[in-house]
Design a protein around this ligand. Structure first.
Ligand code: DCT
Ligand code: CA
Ligand code: CA
Length: 372
């Protein structure tokens, strides 16, 4: 039983994700350099570039670069646009896209806000061809549903699929067939291997290991001496394209929705803005087939302090109206308590959180007929 079944894995990576989301809500941006920034708030331009579109990348802007530096590069370019990060919006688009990907595959694993793995091995023979056609249709579906492009990689394992997707962006489609795995990997510089950062790269170069081909042929003992037993072994396996890790969905720990109020609230007069949040949570719980045992509220004050309150239920729920009712009670009593303590509570952003998520009980009979 030591031979492992061959698999076909798809890696999906949304192109220049945050910047592309900005293009989606404002089409005029598509032909201009777009830079999405994390402003630190100290001075007007302090902070870093989170990501940018390919027009800005061609001009030399990069993730992580100081905003002031990016502004210098784009100085005199009156088309350039600098926007602040809007994670709520990107998160909402990400969730819709991940839902498309999740429902296209038996096994699904979201690895970040804009990346996921799909394992469709059980459905096809030959597997890579089947997976390639699923990859094409998912790519098309994401484009139709959300007007966003992504890159995909298809290969026998997660590592190779990830390396494949990274090799051609944006709008890439890369398949690595088994007979081409080594010719794909070996010429790559070691820095391109998934997980190899600047430190590991420098150590490898100090022992004259420049390419993945060099790494694949380096004495295992030597690597273990330098990097320790685990990392040493994994580096060599990965350089050889070996990776048996499964595609498996990480359990969601909590779901939350948050909204910025039109103006700061000093009493609970914003129930109607919570209504769509609870409806959204119900929808998410139902499609994920989970229920929440704890319902909580999140309040971000005018002073930007984060406060929360929660209640645990005797029976887990998926009901939006129940979630809303509990959130309303928690907000009301939160304002009352603050007033009793003689402190004025000013809430700027309000949210609802559902936690202690458990699989829904599908066996509960709704009627006696169903039961007998
Ligand atoms: N990020 C950041 N600061 C960095 C690097 C990344 O804030 N120094 C954020 C921005 C997006 C997210 O992390 C993921 O980054 P990438 O993997 O580069 O994704 P991307 O913007 O979608 O770019 P690509 O088209 O290359 O996938
Ligand atoms: Ca991406
Ligand atoms: Ca990414």
């Amino acid at each position: 039983l030591n031979s492992i079944e061959k698999r076909a894995i798809i890696a999906i990576d949304l192109d220049y994700f945050y910047a592309q989301c900005e293009e989606v809500r404002n089409h005029c941006l598509k032909v201009r350099p777009v830079v999405v920034c994390v402003y630190s708030g100290r001075t007007q331009d302090s902070g870093a570039v989170s990501t940018c579109n390919y027009i800005a990348r061609k001009l030399g802007v990069k993730s992580g670069m100081p905003i002031a530096f990016a502004k210098r590069i784009l100085k005199g370019n009156d088309q350039a646009v600098f926007l602040p990060l809007d994670m709520e919006y990107y998160q909402s688009i990400s969730e819709k896209i991940m839902e498309i990907a999740r429902t296209s595959s038996e096994k699904f694993e979201q690895s970040s806000i804009d990346e996921a793995f799909l394992d469709v091995s059980s459905r096809f023979d030959p597997k890579l061809e089947g997976a390639s056609s699923v990859a094409r249709s998912v790519k098309q579906e994401i484009l139709l549903a959300e007007s966003l492009t992504c890159s995909v990689g298809v290969a026998e394992n997660k590592l190779l699929a990830k390396m494949a997707v990274d090799s051609k962006k944006p709008d890439g489609f890369t398949v690595i067939i088994p007979s081409e795995e080594k010719s794909f990997l070996y010429p790559l510089p070691v820095g391109k291997l998934f997980g190899v950062g600047p430190k590991t790269e420098a150590k490898l170069k100090s022992i004259q290991v420049e390419t993945l081909g060099d790494l694949a042929l380096t004495d295992q003992k030597r690597l273990e001496e330098i990097f320790g037993k685990n990392l040493g072994r994994i580096l060599r396996e990965w350089a050889n394209g070996i990776d048996n890790s499964p595609v498996e969905e990480k359990p969601t720990e909590q779901l939350s929705r948050i909204v910025t109020l039109k103006r700061d609230a000093t009493s609970f007069d914003f129930c109607e803005v919570l209504e769509p949040l609870s409806a959204d949570l119900e929808n998410k719980l139902r499609t994920s087939k989970i229920s929440g045992k704890t319902v909580g509220i999140i309040a971000i004050t005018a002073q930007l302090k984060i406060k929360s309150r929660a209640r645990t239920l005797s029976v887990p729920t998926q009901s939006g109206s129940q979630i809303l009712a509990i959130a309303a009670e928690l907000f009301s009593s939160f304002f009352e308590e603050s007033a009793e303590d003689g402190q004025e509570l000013r809430i700027r952003r309000a949210g609802i959180k559902v936690s202690e998520l458990i699989p829904e009980t599908t066996t509960t009979p709704q009627t006696l007929e169903q039961f007998f």
